[in-house]
Every structure is written in C-alpha cells, then in structure tokens.
Design a protein around this ligand. Structure first.
Ligand code: G4P
Length: 282
C-alpha cells in the first residue's frame, strides 16, 4: 500500500517556509513522539541551516515513555534543544521560553555589548499537518487564537505575536511536508491520522497496522480485544470486529467499521502508550 502526498501542496508550503525561515532566529519543529523520524521533515535541516533549533516531541502522552527517552538522547546528540510535550494538556510548554533565551544567549550578549538594549528572539513553530502546531501555539499564547482543525493543510494568515517583551512568535505555523518517499514512514503517518483517512483503504491500512503492532507490542491487541494474535492480520481484524459485534445486516463482520474503531482507539491512546519506531543506531 503506497501513501501519496500532494505535490501541489509541497511547492507552496516550501516557498512559504523559505520566506518565513528568513525572518526568525529559532525554528522550533514539532514531531510526533510516536514516530519522531517519520514525522520529521526531510528538508528542514537544509532550509533552517544557520538557525537555532528546537525539537518538540509532541503527543508524548500517547508515546511509550521508555522510547521517548531514547529519542530525547538521539536528538540531543544531533545538536537540537529537545522538549518533550503534551500540548493538549500544556505539559512541557513552560520549557519553551527559557529554551529560546538559552539558544539566543550568544547573540544577545554580542548585541548588548554593542549597545542594544533589547534583543528579542523571533521564533517559528513548524511541523507536518496534524502534529499539534496550533494546539501548541494556543498553549504558548495562553488563549485560543489560532483555529485548531483536524484536517491536514489548513493555512492561516501571518502575524507576529509578542509573548514576552523579548519573545516573538510567528503566529502562522510553518507547514512541512512529511517523508513520503519511504513506504514505512508513509504507513506510520497514516496509522496516526497524519494523512486524510478519506483517501485511504482503511481495512487494508488496518491489516498493515496489525501486522506491525503484534511484533512491536505483543499482547496489546489480545488484551484490548480478547483476540488471538495468531493468523493473518486480516483474520485478526475480522476477529476484533466479531468480538465487538460489528456485523453487517447479512451477519458478516464489517471491516470498515472495525478498522475505523481500531484506529480511533489507537489514536486516542486506548491501546496503550505506543511508539512505532526506535531511533537509528548512532
Ligand atoms: P496542526 O496545527 O499541526 O495541524 O495540529 P492541531 O494543533 O490542529 O492538532 C491536531 C490534533 O492533535 C488535535 O486533535 C489536537 O487536539 C491533537 N493534539 C495536539 N497536541 C497533542 C498532544 O500533545 N497530545 C494529544 N493526545 N493530542 C494532541 P483533534 O482530534 O483534531 O482535535 P480535538 O478533538 O483534540 O480538539
């Protein structure tokens, strides 16, 4: 199963990112803590060369805490300032301002030595659709300013927001295109809902999900749905539907409804805290 991104979007969002990055000191990239590499934009390292960098491992409430620790180390080693966050609850947000000041320390000292009184940090929040940018911005601002939508690709008008006297945030998040040249990354993104479900064959996607989850977290489906994890992924999917009583009028298991519920529960954290990928060995 191949997951497609939209090339039209990519050209437009890339141009916007290039323009916006030139305006800021710090690029703060959100990734999904359940799949930090697949949800990380492949080109931002080039686009944001010469900028200070923060990585936010967002949705950490849904991710496996032991794996999140490994990811924190991985990104730290790569030179990022790493923050682990649950933007929905606001956890990790208080680290944002001190991180920005720390990253700006040299520039502040340099400019103050030349007589500048105020050196504000200008920051852009960026990330792929649905990773939680608007939610995070709302929490940083402490009020509901940007609209939080559930579909990828919603753009908003640009504006600077003063958060503190020395911290300004570009209100429009940078929308990055995800890594779709890698089939596995595309699938993981689809599992988490980063791809519009309307364009996907959900039962097929569910079978792909099941085949991976029984290896990564054995016993997880058995515990939640009282199904055996033996047999083909499709058999397991049908057994989940059977146990939940998702039957059509003809008495057959309804694979569409079953896969919708399976993804709903995974995305809502009801299968447990699951991380879909481990950091590459360094
Ligand atoms: P975007 O701007 O990057 O496109 O993402 P947005 O903030 O719209 O967030 C996408 C979805 O992710 C929202 O859910 C939001 O609540 C959820 N979300 C954001 N950060 C976190 C987090 O740290 N943990 C969890 N568990 N969820 C997070 P939604 O279903 O579209 O909206 P809602 O029903 O939650 O309001």
């Amino acid at each position: 199963m191949d997951i497609q991104w939209y090339p039209g979007h990519m050209t437009k969002t890339r141009r916007m990112m290039e323009e916006n990055i030139s305006l800021v000191d710090i690029v703060c990239e959100l990734v999904d803590a359940r799949l930090p590499l697949s949800s990380k934009n492949p080109d931002i390292d080039k686009l944001a060369a010469n900028k200070k960098r923060i990585i936010i491992l967002n949705k950490s409430d849904l991710a496996d805490p032991s794996k999140t620790k490994l990811w924190q180390e991985y990104f730290k080693e790569k030179g990022f300032y790493v923050i682990t966050a649950d933007s929905k609850k606001g956890e990790g947000i208080k680290e944002f301002y001190p991180a920005c000041r720390l990253l700006m320390k040299e520039k502040i000292e340099r400019l103050k030595a030349r007589g500048r009184i105020m050196v504000p940090s200008r920051v852009m929040i960026a990330g792929i659709p649905n990773v939680g940018k608007s939610t995070l911005i709302n929490k940083i601002l402490g009020r509901n300013m940007t609209k939080v939508g559930d579909k990828p690709g919603v753009t908003r008008s640009k504006q600077w927001v003063k958060i503190k006297k020395d911290l300004e945030l570009l209100d429009t998040p940078g929308i990055l295109w995800p890594k779709f040249d890698d089939k596995e990354a595309g699938l993981r993104l689809a599992f988490t809902g980063a791809v519009n479900d309307d364009i996907l064959d959900m039962p097929e996607l569910a079978a792909e999900f099941i085949s991976r989850i029984i290896k990564l977290y054995p016993g997880c489906l058995e515990k939640r749905y009282s199904v055996s994890e033996e047999g083909t992924p499709n058999d397991i999917l049908l057994n989940i539907g059977k146990n939940r009583g998702f039957l059509t009028k003809g008495g057959e298991v309804d694979p569409l409804r079953t896969s919708a519920v399976l993804f709903d529960e995974f995305r809502g954290g009801r299968l447990g805290r699951i991380t879909l990928e481990a950091p590459p060995k360094m």
